[in-house]
Ligand binder design. Structure first.
Ligand code: ZN
Length: 257
């Protein structure tokens, strides 16, 4: 393996990530040193908050354009409050730009190929897709460092079509949306969902496989390396199956040797 050490950085606003559990999970698979670290932004300075606010995305159909943050936006980044649970209030960040900002916070002596850094964030990371010329939410920004976005896991794979239909019908009738949420409860991940911890295991594997092999996601919906477009597929591969496909199990065995 290229990797000799994995550093996992806390996102204190999302306790369901449970980094000690992730450390244990990875330790059982990989024979490398694994360390849990505090959130790297804890030691950042005001100019980091400014740099992060610059990564915000406002135009979904335009490639990244650097944003000039207001004082208020910089202060927001300093406090790192995210109003989760209300999709309309979710801020989008360009994942690759954010990755650059976070990379600069890694101490020089640890900015090495064999030390694999994984940042967890509650920010919704997005990337611009030249196939359809628009931004999409992403759960994982791969490379070293990798970023795993808990909001991306919850928001990027879509909920069932019927869920959105019911929402529209209820909205038109003026009925409270809570009844729709209740009807579909369990079929998709929610904020503070206890299953998040298990789902994150899969995203950690995706990040490590991508860095080690350079191959993107698996096409097999039964595999933990599958990139789901629907919440039901996410829940199937990460919660119900919790397995790698044969091909990737083989790759894993080779990596471990
Ligand atoms: Zn696979």
């Amino acid at each position: 393996m290229k990797i000799s050490k994995i550093l996992l950085y806390e996102e204190p606003t999302v306790p369901q990530i449970n980094l000690n559990h992730q450390k244990e999970f990875l330790s059982e698979i990989f024979n490398v040193e694994i360390e849990v670290r505090e959130n790297i932004l804890k030691f950042s300075r005001r100019d980091t908050s400014y740099s992060i606010a610059k990564c915000k995305v406002f135009k979904l159909r335009k490639d990244f354009q650097e944003h000039t943050p207001t004082q208020e936006e910089v202060e927001f980044e300093e406090s790192n409050i995210q109003d989760t649970g209300n999709t309309e209030n979710i801020i989008m960040y360009d994942g690759f730009q954010l990755q650059k900002v976070l990379t600069e916070l890694i101490p020089e002596k640890e900015n090495r190929q064999d030390i694999f850094h994984v940042f967890f964030t509650n920010k919704l990371t997005c990337t611009f897709d030249y196939n359809d010329y628009r931004y999409h939410g992403r759960a994982l920004i791969g490379a070293n460092p990798s970023i795993i976005s808990t909001t991306g896991i919850i928001e990027a794979p879509a909920k069932p079509k019927e869920y959105y239909m019911d929402l529209m019908v209820n909205f038109a009738k003026g009925v409270n949306v809570d009844s729709v949420k209740e009807k579909y409860k369990g079929t998709y991940l929610e904020y503070n969902d206890p299953r998040l911890s298990t789902v994150i295991e899969g995203y950690l594997l995706q990040a490590i496989f991508y860095y080690e092999t350079g191959e993107p996601f698996c096409q097999d919906s039964e595999c933990r390396l599958f990139n789901p477009h629907w919440q039901k597929d996410l829940i199937h591969s990460q919660i119900e199956q919790q397995k790698l496909c044969q091909k990737h199990q083989h790759t894993l065995n080779q990596l471990r040797n």
